[in-house]
Design a binder for this molecule. Structure first.
Ligand code: ATP
Length: 320
């Protein structure tokens, strides 16, 4: 293999640039040429492809987002879309590909592998909801962003007797809520993976106040419901003078943390090694602190992502 490509697809995540940088630098180190594809699979089909030099990835490691841009491109599910991509790969002489993204991007990567182009998937999403890895690129940065906001909210919350509901991202997964909630000392964490009773939530706030707590912070995962709807349900029980903060897209941006940069660099280099060995159809991950590479389809079809729910129990015990 002499020439490989790299693209970012699906939602962007801090650390994607660090991963692309690692693919380029490790590729060059191994004597390969590396091509960058803009706008994910859309750019691949359109031929928006260019050779990347060491210089092209200079000063990118500290930047959030993705300098290769990302795009949704549903047409890539079709045979026609995939065949057009293959024409472009042939035209540029690209023999293997690294795809950064979520499970949709993994399926695109697998489709190319099946058509003869070894492709490796790397998990990039702040939601941390991709099977086959304990941590995804971008998650650590996102929880630190949430934590920074929780600390600020706590400052104002202690000045008033109030209940704060902080709605965080995560799509259908509660990882961001769990990690940021424990780190931020939230009184309650509400996640999709655990049933909750609004009556018990109200009881906990009331008991806290009786114990002398001036405020309470509830971290709510977006996969459960909107913060305003949660506040409305709570208001039907009692007026706790609730304030709702929806953190929104600030969680997707920012300079990646050291941990995300190291994870992204390790994953990027591993992807290049796998391609050099002629392997494809694999997704890289970290499981029990070991870098792993598993079959994409087996990972998507036989494994589901579950957050570390021991954090939920822990928080119940230590938030009193
Ligand atoms: P995230 O969910 O974090 O945004 P994702 O990779 O899951 O990331 P999707 O929009 O699902 O995001 O997928 C990204 C792109 O991957 C799609 O726009 C499409 O180009 C391609 N893709 C998705 N599903 C398939 C599939 N079944 N076959 C081929 N390509 C696919």
């Amino acid at each position: 293999m002499k020439r490989i490509g790299v693209l970012t697809s699906g939602g962007d995540a801090p650390g994607m640039n660090a991963a692309v940088r690692a693919v380029v630098r490790k590729g060059l180190y191994e004597g390969l040429e590396v091509y960058g594809i803009n706008y994910g699979f859309a750019g691949l089909v359109a031929g928006d492809i260019r050779k990347l030099t060491r210089r092209d990835v200079s000063d990118k490691i500290s930047r959030g987002g993705t300098f290769l841009y990302s795009a949704r491109y549903p047409e890539f599910r079709t045979e026609e879309g995939q065949m057009k991509a293959i024409e472009q790969l042939d035209r540029f002489g690209i023999e293997g590909l690294v795809v950064l993204g979520g499970d949709g991007s993994y399926r695109g990567a697998y489709a190319l592998t099946k058509r003869g182009y070894p492709t490796i998937g790397l998990p990039g999403t702040i939601d941390n909801d991709i099977p086959g890895t304990d941590f995804c690129i971008g998650f650590d940065t996102a929880i630190n962003t949430v934590l920074d906001s929780l600390d600020k909210i706590r400052d104002t919350a202690t000045s008033h007797v109030r209940t704060f509901i902080v709605e965080v991202m995560g799509r259908n997964a509660g990882d961001i809520a769990l990690w940021a909630g424990v780190a931020g000392g939230a009184e309650q964490i509400i996640v999709p993976e655990k049933d909750f009773s609004i009556v018990e939530v109200a009881d906990t706030i009331r008991e806290g106040r009786q114990k002398g707590k001036k405020h309470s912070i509830i971290v709510l995962a977006e996969g459960v419901m909107k913060g305003n709807d949660f506040a409305a349900e709570l208001a039907e029980i009692e007026n706790f003078h609730v304030r709702v903060t929806e953190l929104g897209h600030v969680q997707r941006g920012g300079s990646p943390t050291a941990r995300d940069r190291v994870l992204a660099s390790t994953f990027g280099a591993k992807a290049v090694e796998l391609l050099k060995e002629g392997k494809g159809g694999l997704c890289v991950g970290i499981v029990n602190n070991q870098i792993v590479a598993n079959d994409i389809i087996d990972t998507l079809e036989n494994h589901t992502h579950t957050p570390d729910l021991s954090l939920f129990e822990l928080n119940k015990q230590i938030s009193d």
